[in-house]
Design a protein around this ligand. Structure first.
Ligand SMILES: [Fe+2]
Ligand SMILES: [Fe+2]
Length: 502
């Protein structure tokens, strides 16, 4: 059977100073030259400071690789206006590399003088056009420097692409096989739906994390559609992950419906003009009279500000909601006196066991900042709770996002999103419900569907569909999520996922 083998290196940080580990570079390049690779991708931070002498040295070092080489810039390469030198010494900042029945589209995700990444404006359009142009290719690889979903063991979550949600959405819509990147110096492989997200560690830089060693990744694309990624460390240790895309993806639930949840967020009850009172009243009516869920989940930002008058009003609305409810606080809820008021009006959210379904609330909101955190102690508690209820259908409910949401610009990101996402996926959490960012979105990452609710009644949202909430139907064999328009009640399928077999 035919196969394409690609070596993925990253973050070489070539310099005359201490950051560059020449022997690790030579060791890995030798392995690559000896190995049966079709080509090599370098996902950036070729140099350490983007300086001329570093580029000169890099051009010499990269010549040691005796395979076709795709190279793109990292944030270190564009320091000191290094992007000019990149073009002179290395090659184009963006481009396309065609191989047998596949294509690599590489994009410069850097921002001069910042460590953050962005595939904005023109580049986003360029990427979209290339994906359309090469839509018939069996294997589509998109390569950039910055990561797309939060990574574990990287410390504070930062430098994710500013528009990671839009890029993720774009790649999923165009059936991209693999997104490859570097930057955080931590190797990792995730599966988001049928998209493989392949993060390389660092090939030859001293700055590894958690005492790790240098590494590179091996990507294998098989004729039957399977994709295999191996993280290979200089010690010879290997970790391999394989995925076979499910195509065509036609699911119809055949089992019994076990449980129905209405998931909403960002009601932002207040007397500000942005609060759409009638819309929320309409939703309450829809819940009570038509949808009749087993449970209503509110993912935070019940009120626009933590003051008594708003809490009183919010309480009036939610008293009207007939089904059982579980509420977690968002960042707006705990501004001012909100922390006390939330407890007083709605109580501290607790684990809720309803037969085979267990709802696990996670507190992520911090006082007076949109930035969330679960914390190391909170992560441990979450892991233990998930293990305690292993075998049940575990639903984690929290405010902040663990995956990027389209149109949201990550203002209220979760500080430790990478580690939290790892806990959730490691434990095979059956469903995660979040509610920040003002837009509805749902993807399955590894075996865990993660569903974000848009804003149910707040005018300042980011959803072209308007104010909405989600209807989550759990069947014996599937999870089906609809987005329901708050005013009209019209529905849009947000996601349908097979349940893992116990
Ligand atoms: Fe780097
Ligand atoms: Fe970087």
């Amino acid at each position: 059977m035919g196969m394409i083998r690609i070596a993925h290196i990253s973050d070489t940080h070539i310099t005359n100073e201490g950051a560059f580990k020449g022997y690790a570079f030579d060791l890995i390049v030798e392995e690559i030259n000896r190995g049966n690779f079709d080509f090599v991708i370098h996902t950036g931070d070729i140099t350490n400071q983007g300086l001329r002498e570093e580029y000169e040295q890099a051009a010499y070092q990269l010549k040691k690789i005796q395979k076709p080489l795709v190279v793109l810039p990292g944030n270190h390469d564009v320091r000191n206006v290094g992007y000019k030198l990149f073009e002179d010494f290395i090659g184009p900042l963006n481009g396309v590399y065609e191989f047998r029945d596949g294509v690599v589209i590489w994009v410069d995700s850097t921002i001069p003088d910042l460590s953050d990444g962005r595939i904005g404006g023109h580049k986003f359009r360029w990427l979209k056009e290339r994906l359309e142009e090469y839509s018939d290719r069996r294997f589509k690889i998109v390569a950039a420097h910055h990561h797309l979903v939060p990574l574990p063991d990287t410390g504070r979550e930062r430098n994710v692409l500013f528009n990671a949600g839009d890029v993720l959405d774009l790649l999923l819509r165009h059936g991209v096989t693999l997104y490859t990147c570097g930057h955080k110096h931590v190797p990792n492989v995730y599966r988001v739906e049928d998209l493989i997200i392949d993060n390389a560690g660092c090939t030859s830089c001293k700055k590894t994390r958690k005492g790790d060693v240098n590494s590179y990744n091996i990507i294998e694309l098989y004729d039957d559609g399977r994709v295999r990624v191996t993280i290979r460390r200089v010690t010879g240790d290997e970790i391999t992950k394989e995925h076979k895309p499910v195509k065509p993806k036609i699911f119809v639930p055949s089992g019994r419906r076990l449980f129905r949840i209405v998931q909403m967020s960002e009601s932002n009850v207040s007397d500000r003009v942005y609060f759409r009172r009638k819309t929320l009243e309409n939703v309450v009516r829809m819940i009570n009279e038509r949808l009749r869920p087993d449970l209503v989940v509110h993912n935070g930002d019940m009120v626009d500000a933590g003051i008594e008058r708003y809490y009183e009003r919010a309480y009036e609305y939610y008293k009207l909601v007939k089904p059982q409810k579980i509420l977690v606080p968002g960042h707006n809820d705990i501004t001012y006196l909100g922390h006390e008021l939330f407890q007083e009006y709605f109580g501290e959210p607790e684990v809720l066991e309803l037969g085979d379904i267990v709802i696990i609330p996670v507190l992520s909101a911090q006082y007076e900042t949109p930035i969330g955190v679960v914390g190391r102690m909170g992560q441990k508690k979450l892991r233990n709770t998930l293990r305690e209820y292993e075998g049940k259908f575990r639903i984690v409910v929290m405010h902040h996002n663990v995956i990027p949401v389209p149109k949201s610009r990550e203002i209220g990101f979760l500080e430790d999103a990478g580690d939290v996402l790892k806990v959730l996926t490691d434990e095979g959490t059956e469903l995660v419900l979040t509610g920040h960012g003002g837009n509805a979105f749902g993807v399955k990452i590894e075996n865990t569907p993660i569903v974000n609710a848009g804003s149910v009644s707040w005018e300042l949202h980011r959803n072209p569909f308007g104010n909405s909430f989600n209807l989550v139907d759990i069947y014996t064999d599937m999870v089906v999520v609809w987005e329901v328009q708050s005013t009209w009640g019209s529905r849009k399928l947000l996601g349908i996922w097979k349940r893992k077999k116990h």
